[in-house]
Design a binder for this molecule. Structure first.
Ligand code: NAD
Length: 333
């Protein structure tokens, strides 16, 4: 049985994680979850934000499924999520965005993937006040050739493997000539090795407009950390919202799968959360583990339910609880 670390997380995390484990069990998936937690809840219980056993489990299993984590303010970590991505050098944040059957949205036929650089950019956490009065502050954005190369290469390799013929590189090199310029130049260099793939360079502000006007024009988008973070929420909104948007953080030998959304404190503990973002995330995890048959079985069950549109959670306009939707998926397996 393949072991995978499961980090249920905070807020709605435990509810949606239970949904996934129940569905995996019902489908007979050959995965054994090793449960380790981190975040606010663990801190309140043990005084530790990330217990040592969690690191050990991830390092042993190499694959983790993670719920959203709330980082308590002023407890030594800027963000536990960002910390884990950095610690394990999970440089590719991959966020697929796809139109789903039965989900009412403004657009049809969206099928794109965002490759967001996950370890540098403005998220390195180097910011400070410049004067005693604290009326002026700066943040450092670090872009390296190595960091840019590996994420852009991953995006091109994905396009090639999936027979896609366009990669869109998103930047602001007209203003940030050195940092974004380095990212863009690296993309131009890599593009030479992929003659069959058209490279499109789009400035981030224009990209936002293009995505709300013609999102179906895009296939693979690759960009730096902050732009990727913002674009992925924007794109999640195009296909039905955060309750449906999966994601993965992938490094050289460790992968942590997590949905785009956060801990949703406004609906936590109310049996209202949509478990599908984490379920789609876990389906992608199964594909990564080459458990394609089970991945497809679960995916088909979910798509059937969405098509019918009878059992949906509140974020999708329905009235089903997390548990009712979970039971319906199990019935449809
Ligand atoms: P959020 O994603 O938690 O919530 C935004 C809105 O979307 C809320 O109205 C919420 O109810 C709704 N929503 C999110 N997921 C949903 C789901 N599965 N089903 C139904 N509705 C859903 O964003 P936020 O409120 O900005 O952040 C809350 C906390 O989560 C913060 O502490 C933040 O730091 C943390 N966070 C963690 C991660 C992560 O663990 N990777 C990511 C983003 C935010």
């Amino acid at each position: 049985m393949r072991k995978v670390t499961l980090i249920p997380g905070d807020g709605i995390g435990p509810e949606i994680s239970k949904s996934v484990t129940d569905i995996f069990e019902a489908a007979g998936v050959e995965v054994e979850f090793e449960i380790e937690n981190a975040g606010e809840k663990v801190y309140n219980e043990t005084g530790e934000l990330i217990p040592e056993s969690l690191y050990k489990s991830i390092e042993k299993n190499k694959v983790a499924l993670k719920g959203p984590i709330t980082t308590p303010i002023g407890k030594g970590f800027r963000s536990i999520n960002v910390y884990l991505r950095k610690k394990y050098d999970l440089y590719s944040n991959i966020r697929p965005i796809k139109t789903l059957p039965g989900i009412k949205t403004r657009y049809e036929n969206i099928d794109l993937v965002i490759f967001r650089e996950n370890t540098e950019g403005l998220y390195i956490g180097e910011e400070k006040f410049e004067n005693e009065e604290q009326t002026s502050a700066i943040a450092i954005k670090r872009i390296t050739k190595k960091g840019s190369f590996r994420i852009i290469k991953a995006a091109f390799e994905y396009a090639k493997a999936n027979n896609l013929n366009k990669v869109t590189v998103v930047h602001k090199a007209n203003i940030l000539k050195i940092t974004d310029g380095l990212f863009l130049d690296t993309a131009r260099e890599i593009a030479k090795d992929y003659p069959g793939i058209t490279v499109e360079e789009v400035i981030i502000d224009n990209m936002c407009m293009q995505l709300v006007m013609n999102p179906e024009k895009y296939q693979v988008i690759v960009t730096m950390n902050l732009y990727g973070d913002i674009l992925s929420d924007l794109c999640a909104g195009l296909v039905g919202g955060l309750g449906l948007a999966p994601g993965a953080n992938i490094g050289e030998d460790i992968a942590v799968f997590e949905a785009v959304h956060g801990s949703a404190p406004d609906i936590a503990g109310q049996n209202k959360a949509n478990p599908l973002a984490l379920l789609f995330t876990s389906i992608d995890m199964l594909k990564y583990l080459k458990e394609n048959e089970k991945a497809e079985q679960i995916e088909k069950a979910v798509l059937r339910i969405l098509e019918k549109g009878e059992v949906l959670t509140a974020d999708l306009g329905g009235s089903a609880t997390t548990e009712e939707l979970t039971a319906e998926i199990i019935k449809n397996l």
